[in-house]
Design a protein around this ligand. Sequence first.
Ligand code: RB5
Length: 143
Amino acid sequence: MIIAVASDHGGFALKNIIKEHLTERGYKVVDLGTDSQESVDYPVYGKACAEEVAGGRADLGMVFCGTGIGISIAANKVKGIRCGLCTSVEMAELTKKHNNANMLALGGRTTDPELAIKITDAWLDTEFEGGRHKRRTDMLDEM
Ligand code: RB5
């Protein structure tokens, strides 16, 4: 399974921590940047990661900025992307169970690394429930 990751400068440090964790878990990780703490524009990186997932070159995507907000907004503008910004394990489970989120956004300045790893694992290890939720995710995918 391939997971694409991308961040701006605000999410760069957390992205590196999560990348290492994903690699340890056996995932192939494709990093679309940024490559330093130098200030960059999060829409560029959110779009790049989302297009990697929407285009089928990655199975899932993870994006990081200071809060996770801006880069999740960018990702969700790409058709077929359901990017959930999560700040708790419960949200991570629900964004897979109910939204079948194919991308996860995390805030590098708002979520500490230990919690970020737990959120990532919960999102990866939870299954989509389908049923009535499938009707709703189909509606999202039509937008
Ligand atoms: C960058 O300073 C910051 O605005 C960005 O990382 C993010 O938090 C935006 O939503």
